[in-house]
Structures are given as C-alpha cells and as structure tokens.
Ligand binder design. Structure first.
Ligand code: NAD
Length: 261
C-alpha cells in the first residue's frame, strides 16, 4: 500500500463523521482507512458481511472509532436500516461516500432485463437513495455536509463489454447526472455534492482481468500506470475537505489522463 493521502494532517477530520458504502474492498476500504487515519469516526457499510468484518478488523487501532453495518444498496429497506444505524450511533452525519457498485462485462445480446435491473438497482438507485438519506440528515445540520458519489470513466466514454458493459456505463453516466441534479436542487443549503470519476484502478473489482491486460491498460494511459485505491481515497478526502469548499456539483477525473477531453 502506498499512502497518497499522507499529506493530510493527522487531525484533518477529527470530530467529523463519515459513512462509506462498498467499504469491504478496494476504494471504499481505502477511503474508510484514510478518514480513520485522519481522525474521523467512520461507518463502514457493505453487503459482504464476511469481507466487511475481516477488513474492519484490519482497521482496529487506527483512529477514533469505527463501525460496520451490513447493508445491500440494491434494497431500499436495507438502505433505510443503514441510516437508522447512523442516526442511533452518530452525533450527526458529516460526510457520505458512495463507493458500492457492481461491475459487469456482458455483450449486448447477453444483457437481459434482469441484468439491467440488477446493475441499475445497485449502482444508480442505490446511489440515489443513499444520497437522499444523506441530504435529509445534512440539510438539518448547522454544519451541512459533503457527499461524494463514485462514478466512472465508463460513464463518460462508455463501456465496450470487455471490462465494463453498457448497463454499467449507463449506471455511471446516470450517477454523474444525478450529482448535478442534486447539486442544483441543494443550492444554498450548505451541503456540497460532487462526483469522483476514477480511471482504471487496480482493485479487486478487476480480479477477473489478467495481468497482461492490466499491463496493456497501464501502457495506454498517459501516466503509464493504473490507479491505486489510495489515489482515489486521497481525492475523496480532498473533496470532503475545506480545501474543496468552492467545488460543487463537479466531477473530478482521477484517471491518469484516460479522459483527456
Ligand atoms: N476499479 C476501477 O477500475 C474503477 C474505475 C472506475 C470506477 N470505479 C468505481 O469505483 C467504486 C469502487 O470500486 P472498486 O474498484 O473499489 O470495487 P470493489 O469491487 O473492490 O469494491 C466494491 C465494493 O462494493 C460492494 N458492493 C457491491 N454491491 C453492493 C451492494 N449491493 N450493497 C453494498 N455493497 C455492495 C462489494 O461487496 C465491494 O466490497 C465503484 O463504484 C466502481 O464502479 C472503479
């Protein structure tokens, strides 16, 4: 592990709370670790109960206080219970980061109705209803709050079926759009929402991708390496920090140059 967020002071997020979805793996886990190491109280949420408990154990001893909540972003009742937990256990909710998503790589003929429902259900509806829960809590707080939704470069330039398919890319394009819509509606409300737009990142999401293909992906990026989860965690910390207080309704590309436009 590198530590792309080392430059943040140890107490940057002291006294702040954070909810991170998809926290049992990859960027979500690294984001939870980053916030904890900078003084925040963190709620780690994932549908993978075993993975969550294992990864949460790795964080014991880092930072102030952490919690784990098993919740499925494809189920509105589960999302509601996740927020009930936060209401019961946190003084208030300052930051919410939505990392949970499923990636799929099916060709057009293989994508049936159930496939689209599953992918949009978790990646887009799950994100929206998490944002909704966050907004409901942050609007009433004198401190307001920060929301970061993790989208994807596939939401900008599409997916071709090899690594990310049409349904996945559409769910991420929808995430970029929902961030802008929510930002418009929340104008003046002290709640900032932004998207993080990662490029190819070497996380367990790509465990099915062989090393030769990863090497080709890296070679095609202007920066000549794939991203690491801590690159994303550092950018998420930045978006939630006061240093980003004028960044609003934006999509931050953290992509080694893959989305030169
Ligand atoms: N890895 C990449 O190259 C890449 C590129 C662009 C965007 N992204 C996005 O970054 C985010 C994090 O990806 P990652 O690479 O860390 O992936 P990952 O697979 O390592 O982690 C995703 C986590 O989300 C959890 N999750 C999946 N479905 C869930 C559900 N229904 N409810 C709750 N949790 C659920 C998984 O259990 C897992 O722990 C995702 O939104 C992904 O789409 C990843």
């Amino acid at each position: 592990m590198t530590d792309a967020y080392a430059t943040f002071a140890q107490d940057s997020f002291a006294g702040r709370t954070v909810l991170v979805t998809g926290a049992a793996s990859g960027m979500g886990f690294e984001t939870a670790r980053a916030f904890l190491s900078k003084g925040a109280e963190v709620v780690l949420c994932d549908r993978d109960a075993e993975g969550l408990s294992k990864r949460h154990d790795e964080l014991k001893g880092i930072g102030a206080s952490s919690h784990e909540v098993v919740a499925d972003m494809g189920d509105p009742n589960s999302i509601r219970r996740m927020f009930d937990y936060c209401d019961a256990n946190l003084a208030r909710l300052d930051n919410v980061v939505t990392c949970a998503a499923i990636i799929t790589a099916k060709r057009i003929p293989e994508q049936d109705w159930a496939h689209w429902q599953r992918v949009l259900g978790v990646n887009l509806l799950g994100t929206f209803f998490t944002v909704q829960g966050a907004v409901q809590r942050m609007q009433g707080s004198p401190n307001g709050g920060n929301i970061v939704c993790v989208a994807s470069d596939a939401g900008v330039h599409g997916g071709g079926g090899l690594i990310a398919d049409t349904a996945y890319a559409a769910s991420k394009a929808g995430t970029l759009s929902l961030v802008k819509s929510v930002a418009r509606e929340l104008a003046g409300k002290k709640v900032r929402i932004n998207a993080l737009n990662p490029g190819p990142t070497d996380s367990p999401m790509h465990s099915h991708v062989d090393q030769a293909l990863k090497d080709r992906i890296a070679a095609n990026l202007p920066i000549r390496r794939m991203g690491q989860p801590d690159d994303m965690a550092a950018a998420i910390l930045f978006l939630c920090s006061d240093a980003a207080s004028f960044i609003y309704g934006a999509a931050l590309d953290v992509d080694g140059g893959s989305m030169f436009r």
